[in-house]
Design a protein around this ligand. Structure first.
Ligand code: NAD
Ligand code: ZN
Length: 351
């Protein structure tokens, strides 16, 4: 694979990924051309591959996968003065319209016209070269690696969820699910000074990783969970529950376990409709809040990494060259070898 080729990982149809050579894109006046370095594989990439759709987003034409990425600027558009060739940047993957009420109020993650990498029909960044709007690229200090830059994407989900939940100094936090998203929420909650952070999962290996990454305690999600959660929080309930599984049972637990007057944020995306203990939420004034991606979170995520207040490196368990992307997807799907995240590097890998 040479630098002059733009090898891209293209989802052709369900269960069918092919490497394809595409033209190297040209940057517009406010864009930069990036030589991609590290690209993580997210659960959504795997889901598009295995199902061809997530909710209303249906893959109807071949689409380049990947949206957790970082690369090196090689060319800047005529109107770009914030970046220059050689800059190493993390790529924030969602470009909103910038003009609607939601964009103007700062909640651009909710923009109805957002163009998000690898969300159909928008091509992703799992390719040799990628063009991106310069104001959605974040320059990395020398001591932050491009791999860490790619991980700012999931970390930003944790930054946004902690803002929506109000996690702060002294918070007692239950996180349901110890996948990559539960783990980044663990990192951000701890970095904010949370007093106690406890994670649940049904996979013991993931709980072992959670312990290694700083969880105060972990809990296998079986049996009478509310009483087990209370016991782990010394007889009290958590102030905040961050639900990161989407599983119906776990969403129910989140409401039941949360203290009266506390807050549940729903990060996990599962079935579109589920049964919820909603009267419990009403009579105990448990706030239930949605979380969708992030807005204005990359700067904080970068600062957390650059200052050494979080260590995202343990999230990456497997690295593949771009040419082995199908293997990377297989590993991500099956969890072979206790995979958490795959990264494709120097011409791509999967996180
Ligand atoms: P993942 O599948 O790797 O992790 C989910 C974890 O939940 C797994 O470890 C699984 O074993 C565990 N789990 C399943 N059922 C459980 C139960 N009943 N109790 C406890 N644990 C259980 O996924 P991920 O990449 O970590 O993402 C987590 C969720 O967040 C997914 O639903 C994903 O779609 C969603 N997500 C949402 C946003 C958003 O903007 N709202 C962004 C990214 C991901
Ligand atoms: Zn908008």
């Amino acid at each position: 694979m040479t630098d002059s080729k733009n090898i891209s990982v293209v989802l052709q149809s369900v269960n069918n990924i092919k490497l394809e050579e595409r033209p190297i894109p040209r940057p517009g006046p406010r864009q930069v051309l990036l030589r991609m370095d590290s690209v993580g594989i997210c659960g959504s990439d795997v889901h598009y591959w295995t199902h061809g759709a997530i909710g209303d987003f249906v893959v109807r034409q071949p689409m380049v996968l990947g949206h957790e990425s970082a690369g090196v600027v090689t060319e800047v558009g005529a109107e770009v003065d914030s970046l220059r060739p050689g800059d190493r940047v993390a790529v924030e993957p969602g470009i909103p319209c910038r003009f609607c009420d939601l964009c103007k109020s700062g909640r651009y993650n909710l923009c109805p016209d957002v163009k998000f990498l690898a969300t159909p029909p928008v091509d992703g960044s799992l390719s040799g070269w990628h063009v991106h709007d310069a104001d959605f690229c974040f320059r990395l200090p020398d001591h932050v690696s491009l791999e860490e830059g790619a991980l700012l994407e999931p970390l930003s989900v944790g930054v946004h969820a902690r803002r929506r939940a109000g996690v702060t100094l002294g918070s007692r936090v239950l996180i349901c699910g110890a996948g990559p998203i539960g783990l980044v929420n663990l990192l951000t909650a701890k970095a904010m000074g949370a007093d106690t952070v406890i994670l649940t999962d049904i996979n013991p290996h993931r709980l072992t990783v959670a312990k290694e990454m700083g969880a105060d305690a972990t809990l296998i999600a079986t049996g009478s969970l509310v009483s087990q959660v209370c016991a782990l929080f010394n007889g009290r309930r958590p102030d905040i529950v961050i639900e990161c599984t989407g599983a119906e049972a776990s969403v129910g637990l989140s409401v039941r376990a949360c203290r009266s007057g506390g807050c549940v944020v729903l990060v996990g995306l599962g079935k579109p409709e589920i049964v919820l203990p909603i009267v419990q939420a009403s009579v105990r004034e448990v706030d239930i809040r949605g979380v969708f991606r992030y807005a204005n979170c990359y700067p904080d995520a970068l600062s957390l990494v650059a200052q050494g207040r979080v260590n995202v490196k343990p999230l990456i368990t497997h690295r593949f060259p771009l040419s082995k992307s199908v293997d990377a997807f297989e590993t991500a799907k099956t969890g072979a070898g206790n995979a958490i995240k795959m990264s494709a590097e120097k011409n791509i890998a999967v996180v």
